[in-house]
Design a protein around this ligand. Structure first.
Ligand code: NAD
Length: 517
């Protein structure tokens, strides 16, 4: 296995120009499959972050003046560029994350789907809308959607291209500028996305990247931006939310999960096993919506477990820059150790490890085998805490009520899944799950890829939503411009106020009767 030839000094120099950094500090990333240095990029200071937000204000004001349709041309071209350059982007994503190439493809295809969705939806959603005035004919209200200004996007390492780009694009479409802070381990692919936006014709200065230590550089972004779109862990999300609240700016927080799947007694076991294996081990289990808990009806439990273990054993694990492997590496040896700690803790406290539970340093420094556990109990860390790795626990349940209670027994509420042949019953169960997305007869992709519908978390999985109407309008301020065409406020001076109250009461009664108000 050799590193792709894509990451050249010329490319790194070109991408570095999108980083706001005035000093000589640098950050380095590694090629995850080998641990060798991949790229050294400039690091931003707190001052650089403040300057980047300040500098974005002039181009933002010009951008916001354009009609939304004029802005859309950039994204039409960006969509094409992402699809045309998919192999280069996949190389960058794989090199800096170590994920299997099929998930690098999912990582890069996501912004193309998001862009395509909002290319269609944004002009309608951002259009000025006539609203009913207080007095029909006399007052005309219009709802406008004004951009927030400069939006800070803070993104994690697990889907660096998707989360960096897909949260920035609706913000830009809405007339904002963006300052993007990706994770330092995975800055190359979002920087490449920024480069593609400029190649697509985005006016200079509308998106800038800041790089460096999370609390320092990310914190400075929260201190300066007009709105923050954050994706990451629940712990950091709570800090970002508190810091944003102190400045009275809005934020959306897309956080962690401990996502359950329920396999109802009438489920097609083969179909459920297929979906469960995909959703448990997709992106080496480093996917916020991936399944970490599977509840199987007791009548199916043993056959499901046997088939699930067999299907997991068939997954091909490896470090390859092609589509021949199903599962890649974890992001880092730190992450591998954190995952191993969860499994070792469960094993030591009596859980059964049916498969996996071992590091595979023979394949690369951060590889860990897909792991299947049963007998997991509340005293084990992996019972309730997010593992964020290729580890899944399988439990039996008695009846529907039991399954719902078990699935909802978490502080998280990001994603859930229900398998069953009777769709009415599966839907009924889905409606009672406390999760922002629920997939029936799928693990996670059905809900995530339905861009017209919202995606996000309940409980400690977050605040706000991406995708759908909210995924665009959260980057705007609603403004109501009300025009009084006939002077009805305040009451005419010639009428004493006491008499006016009677006239007003009669008018309100009439308007109620006529359905006007
Ligand atoms: P993290 O919270 O450690 O880091 C996320 C980002 O925040 C990084 O860019 C980091 O540098 C920055 N950061 C760190 N501390 C900060 C601070 N104090 N202020 C501002 N920014 C700060 O998360 P991670 O470990 O990189 O990502 C994994 C987590 O993200 C998992 O919990 C996963 O479930 C979650 N996630 C959620 C979604 C979703 O859509 N809900 C998507 C992907 C990942």
């Amino acid at each position: 296995m050799t590193a792709p030839a894509t990451v050249t000094d010329d490319l790194i120099a070109r991408l570095s120009r999108h980083v706001a950094a005035s000093g000589t500090e640098t950050i380095s990333s590694v090629e995850v499959f080998t641990g060798a240095t991949l790229a050294t990029l400039p690091a931003s200071s707190v001052r650089d972050v403040a300057d980047a937000v300040h500098a974005a204000r002039v181009p933002q004001a010009r951008w916001a003046e354009l009609d939304v349709r004029e802005r859309m041309g950039v994204f039409e071209r960006f969509h094409k560029l992402v699809l045309d350059e998919r192999e280069t982007i996949a190389d960058l994503i794989q090199a800096e994350t170590g994920k299997a190439r099929r998930y690098a493809f999912e990582d890069l295809i996501e912004p193309a789907i998001t862009t395509s969705h909002y290319l269609k939806a944004a002009p309608r959603l951002l259009r000025a809308k006539a609203r009913k005035g207080m007095m029909p004919l006399a007052i005309k209200a219009t709802e406008l959607r004004q951009p927030k200004g400069v939006v800070g996007i803070i993104s994690p390492w697990n889907f660096p291209f998707a989360l960096g780009m897909s949260d920035s694009i609706p913000a830009l479409m809405a007339g904002n500028a963006v300052v993007l802070k990706p994770d330092s381990q995975t800055a190359l692919s979002p920087l490449y996305g920024v480069d593609l936006l400029y190649r697509a014709g985005l006016p200079e200065g509308l998106i800038t990247v800041v790089l460096g230590d999370g609390p320092t550089v990310g914190g400075a972004l929260v201190d300066n931006a007009d709105y923050v779109g954050f994706t990451g862990s629940t712990r950091t999300g709570a800090e970002v939310g508190a810091r944003a609240a102190a400045r009275l700016i809005g934020c959306s927080l897309e956080l962690g999960g401990k996502n359950p799947m329920i396999v109802l007694p009438d489920a097609n076991v083969a179909v459920a096993v297929d979906g469960a294996v995909t959703s448990a081990f997709a992106n080496t289990g480093q996917l916020c919506m991936h399944i970490e808990r599977i509840y199987v009806h007791e009548s199916l439990h043993d056959s499901f477990l046997a088939k699930f273990v067999e299907a997991t054993r068939a997954l091909k694990l490896g470090a390859r820059y092609d589509y021949k492997c199903d599962v890649g590496s974890l992001i880092s040896t730190k992450q591998r150790k954190a995952v191993a700690e969860h499994v070792d803790d469960a094993r030591a406290k009596g859980a059964t490890v049916h498969l996996g539970g071992v590091s595979r340093e023979d394949l690369g420094p951060a590889f860990y085998e897909p792991t299947v556990l049963t007998g997991v109990t509340p005293d084990m860390a992996c019972f309730a805490e997010e593992t964020f790795g290729p580890v899944v626990s399988i439990y039996p349940f008695r009846d529907e009520e039991d399954a719902i209670a078990l699935a909802n027994d978490t502080t998280y509420g990001l994603n859930a899944s229900v398998y069953g042949r009777d769709l009415d019953r599966a839907r009924r169960v889905a409606h009672r799950l406390r999760a922002g997305t629920v997939n029936v007869n799928d693990g996670h992709a059905a809900a995530y890829s339905s861009m017209d519908a919202p995606m996000g978390g309940m409980g400690s999985s977050g605040l706000g939503r991406r995708h759908g109407v909210e995924g665009l309008l959260k980057y705007t301020e609603a403004q109501n411009v009300a025009v009084q065409r006939v002077q009805v406020i305040p009451p005419p001076k010639a009428i004493p106020y006491g008499r006016y109250t009677g006239i007003m009461a009669r008018s309100l009664r009439l308007m109620r009767k006529l359905g006007l108000r």
